[in-house]
Design a protein around this ligand. Structure first.
Ligand code: CA
Length: 237
């Protein structure tokens, strides 16, 4: 499934599931559907990935080592993370489904399930999600609308490539924080993409030309030896 309006970065799904074979099968099926899929094998790893990667949807098993699905769900919701969550429960745990939904999951599916059923639930959740307008990200006169995939600087619309857009979105979601080249690569490409830090510098270069036009305050900054950040501190560069 591709994003709307020609933004050709695949939707990203995280599977948090300790049954390796099941996780592998779901991953294969969803990859064939065109999603970019990561797997976490325990609750702690899953929580870490949800907090650090912009997933479009999470498939979350209820019974997990280290941190169970309900606690994970409670924790990320209390941190304000709104990613749609589809919870998986074993048949014997069906009594837990109400608890799962109360903890902030958006839907649940009982194991064993049919892959087609899983797919239908995923598409329903993604459609529901896309009707919610995401908040505009902004710094100074730079505004990025994640729902419409539009960027404006000083009221002028910027034409960015999908990868430039995605990098800018990442920087804006982490305003004033340094983002490393590796984080940029992991965000824009699949999780295990081979490191090509030069590619990041090239893309940052073209992004800067579009975002930081002449005679305006420069927003995208290089933090030497570490990475990049978007910030409104007044430095001359
Ligand atoms: Ca399990």
């Amino acid at each position: 499934m591709k994003r709307e309006s020609g933004y050709n970065v695949p939707m990203r799904i995280l599977i948090v599931e300790d049954e390796k074979d099941l996780a592998k099968n779901i991953k294969r099926g969803l990859t064939e559907e065109g999603f970019a899929v990561d797997v976490a094998l325990d609750g702690e790893e899953g929580k870490y990935m949800i907090q650090n990667e912009p997933y479009d949807l999470v498939i979350l098993d209820l019974m997990l080592p280290k941190l169970d699905g309900i606690s994970l769900c409670n924790e990320i919701r209390s941190n304000g993370i709104k990613v749609p969550i589809l919870m998986l429960t074993a048949k014997s745990e069906v009594g837990n489904k109400i608890e799962g939904l109360n903890s902030g999951a958006d839907d649940y599916l009982t194991k064993p399930f049919d892959f087609e059923e899983l797919k239908a639930r995923i598409y329903a959740l993604l459609r529901r999600g896309s009707t919610n307008e995401l908040p505009i990200l902004e710094i100074n006169d730079l505004k990025l609308n994640p729902s419409k995939h539009e960027v404006f600087r000083n009221e002028i619309k910027l034409e960015l490539t999908p990868k430039e857009f995605s990098i800018l979105e990442l920087l804006l979601r982490n305003k004033e924080k340094v983002i490393t080249r590796t984080q940029i690569l992991e965000h824009v490409w699949d999780y295990n993409f081979e490191s090509m830090s030069n590619l990041v510098d090239v893309l940052i270069g073209t992004l800067r030309k579009k975002v930081d036009m002449k005679k305006q305050e420069k927003l995208i900054r290089t933090v030497y030896g570490v990475g990049f950040k978007i910030s409104q501190e007044n430095e001359k560069s």
